[in-house]
Design a protein. Sequence first.
Length: 388
Amino acid sequence: MAETFDVIVIGAGVHGASTAFHLAERGAKVLVLERAAAASGATGRSSGLVRMHYDLAAESALAWRSYDYFINWEARVGGDCGFTRTGFVRIVPPRQEANLKANVADQQAIGIRTSIIAAADVKQLAPMLATDDFNIAAYEPDSGYADPTSVCNTLLAAARRLGATYRGSTPVEAVEVNRGRVVGVRTANGRIAAPNIVLAAGAWSGPLAKSAGVEIDIKAWHHDTGFISRPSQTPTSLPTVIDDINELYFRPEGPGLALVGLEDGNRIDDRPGDDARSDPAFVEHMVDRLTRRVPDYVQAGFQGAHGGTDGITPDQRAVMGRHGPDGLVFQTGMSGTGFKIAPAVGLAISEVVLDGAAHSVDIAMFDPGRFAAGKPLRGDHPYGDLWR
Ligand SMILES: Cc1cc2nc3c(=O)[nH]c(=O)nc-3n(C[C@H](O)[C@H](O)[C@H](O)COP(=O)(O)OP(=O)(O)OC[C@H]3O[C@@H](n4cnc5c(N)ncnc54)[C@H](O)[C@@H]3O)c2cc1C
């Protein structure tokens, strides 16, 4: 093999870019190989929500550690990540109130600024929202959204400034293994050697894992998002909202638009593909759901919709850490919620590669072996699957 690196990262989405950045910061000789272009997968389509509310404290902890990057992006990484603070509201049906309270208490224990507020307080914060079908919500005043493409590109640029090598339009065909350990990858241009391979290929990860002899159930999750122009009579300060009653989320997009996604109707299959078209039925469902929560938006103008694809696992949680042949590290299966945790996960994976285990944040429970061991993850105070 002509070329040798310490680590090859497969995939230049936000996760591969984050790991390359953290590895390069520590002086590792890193190569990032990307099938198409940076942020051309899930990352470039992501809605970019940055919030800490999960039903699993370990995920909240990853989001919280990452939040510190988002608000200090220029100093920590360089460039602009587009973080916009809007406040975040999580609305749940009355039957989930006990779980909401328990999850907020867990998050407060981590240090996250979050609280339970009454429906009347939600109305005060955001008068355009209908609040007659729930009693309480979780509220994070500091959360909002960021620009996933900028996040990915600035991480990759910083990695390259620190010495990492990036090659786009270079699909990895197989991970090569010899005597139980990875030795490199095969591409159309030849073989490249490395004793460590980070698999960060999103929805495309399954066949690459298989080439290294690892069977892992990572499917393609297809998710559509729509953009509407906010009606001019409605105050512009729309918060970021996840509304489990209407299986809906939305947030402002710049000064005049709102971005909307649905928790249901997300196709799951084995075909990641590159098709960015949305399902024709999506727009009708989106308008119906959105106007239940924001009745004024019946006046909103439709601007467009597109689809994206992320890797999803059977328990809808990421797979992270060593698994299979020595030197193979998984950072994939982000299951539609991986953008906001990418800074902390990249840090953790760099520690797995260089130090043998993550020590800054805990990713042990995301072990890819949990499915074979019959131990899928479940929320601490579960709301059930986010996606249907
Ligand atoms: C529409 C949509 C909305 C979302 N909204 C949110 C949100 O609001 N908040 C949130 O936290 N998360 C959200 N997510 C999830 C989040 O965007 C993803 O979890 C995250 O971007 C995944 O990053 P990744 O780097 O793992 O994967 P990707 O961004 O998919 O990157 C994988 C990369 O690997 C490359 N690749 C594939 N095969 C190969 C190969 N053989 N060789 C080389 N390269 C290869 C691909 O081209 C791709 O660039 C959303 C996702 C989608 C699709």
